[in-house]
Design a protein around this ligand. Structure first.
Ligand SMILES: C[S@@+](CC[C@H](N)C(=O)[O-])C[C@H]1O[C@@H](n2cnc3c(N)ncnc32)[C@H](O)[C@@H]1O
Length: 322
């Protein structure tokens, strides 16, 4: 049977195609909705070019499918760090040199430095002083960050081709740094960032540790002995548990170490940070109250878990972070 046709010869039952004019109106409406979404997400003065470089916005300056969520995650992390920076700004500089240079941030294991760039764009760009240092051991990433900072006119950003450990002794950095960040700095680089912060009398830390293998190696090598000594060793008998417990203990030790060094510590979650399973955010503020109990707890954990050597080597005490 022939399909029925209307007067214009189009098959009945098919949806009539909208004309070009109404397509244009619909497209205009969609664009307006996207512009509105973007306007709601952007902060005043925020660099579109930066968001394009970070692939949060497309080249055309549009939000792509994932960008809305990605931008919200970035803001989620930023808001914790912004709170610390505002507290530090309110407390005022620690000494005359700090007053002259403004707030300083060192971002360790910076990678493409997107954290540093976001901090600069949203916070430092609006100030007339302050410095953001990106420390990264891969020279090609350092070069790219330098080029992007020059392109964006972010003059108070510096990128240093150094390891975290080297940076603690480098003349390219000032003697004091206000805030130390390390976002997924690999393995023990987070510990080096803590050591850097203590050496630089940092007033705050924001750390999101990466996988950590060192404690797991120690737990693994002492396994048989510890199983004969304590039922606690069941916690790391299976290799998967060894790895997980190694990470967990490492972060617990980092928190205790910071508390014993005079910092007040909070641990929170970077909700929705789906790029990585490592979404623990350690925030520390210097109060000057060095908790002796925290140092004792570290020693006790060392004994109970057979990690004494590791703890003594990793977490050295400084008397002068005052
Ligand atoms: C997983 S990436 C994270 C990059 C960035 N912080 C982010 O979250 O997107 C870790 C970065 O730390 C760098 N890195 C690892 N160990 C380091 C060390 N000891 N000193 C300096 N950079 C290090 C790596 O080269 C890499 O770029």
């Amino acid at each position: 049977m022939k399909p029925q046709s209307d007067a214009a010869g189009k098959s009945l039952g098919k949806v009539a195609r909208p004309g070009k004019a109404s397509q244009a109106v619909a497209a205009g409406g969609r664009q307006a909705a996207r512009d509105q979404q973007l306007a709601e997400l952007l902060r005043p003065g925020q660099s579109i070019a930066l968001l394009q470089h970070l692939h949060i916005l497309t080249r055309e300056g549009q939000l792509n499918q994932d960008s809305r969520r990605k931008l919200k995650q970035v803001y989620h992390l930023y808001q914790f760090i912004e709170t610390l920076l505002r507290e530090l700004a309110q407390a005022g500089p620690a000494d005359a040199a700090q007053a002259a240079q403004g707030l300083t941030v060192a971002d360790h294991g910076a990678g493409k430095s997107y954290l540093g760039f976001i901090l600069y764009d949203l916070f430092f760009k609006h100030l007339d002083q302050g410095q953001v240092y990106g420390i990264e051991s891969r020279s090609e990433l350092v070069e790219k960050s330098r080029a992007l900072a020059a392109q964006l006119g972010f003059a108070r950003m510096q990128f240093l081709d150094l390891t975290v450990a080297e940076s603690a002794h480098s003349a390219l950095l000032p003697p004091r740094i206000d805030l130390v960040t390390a976002l997924h700095a690999c393995d023990s680089a987070t510990d080096d960032a803590i050591a850097f912060g203590l050496a630089k009398q940092a007033r705050a830390f924001a750390l999101v540790p990466c996988c950590q293998a060192e404690a797991a190696r120690h737990l693994g090598s002492n396994k048989a002995l510890m199983l004969s000594r304590t039922p606690l060793a069941e916690l790391w008998r299976h290799p998967l548990h060894t790895r997980e417990l190694g990470s967990q203990i490492t972060n617990v030790l980092r928190c205790l170490y910071l508390e014993a060094s005079g910092y007040q510590v909070t641990v929170t979650e970077l909700v929705g940070w789906e790029h990585s399973m490592k979404n623990e955010l350690i925030l520390a503020r210097y109060t000057g109250q060095k908790k002796r109990a925290a140092a004792q707890r570290m020693q006790q954990i060392g004994e109970q878990f057979g990690l004494k050597d590791l703890i003594d080597r990793r977490f050295t005490w400084r008397a002068d972070n005052s």
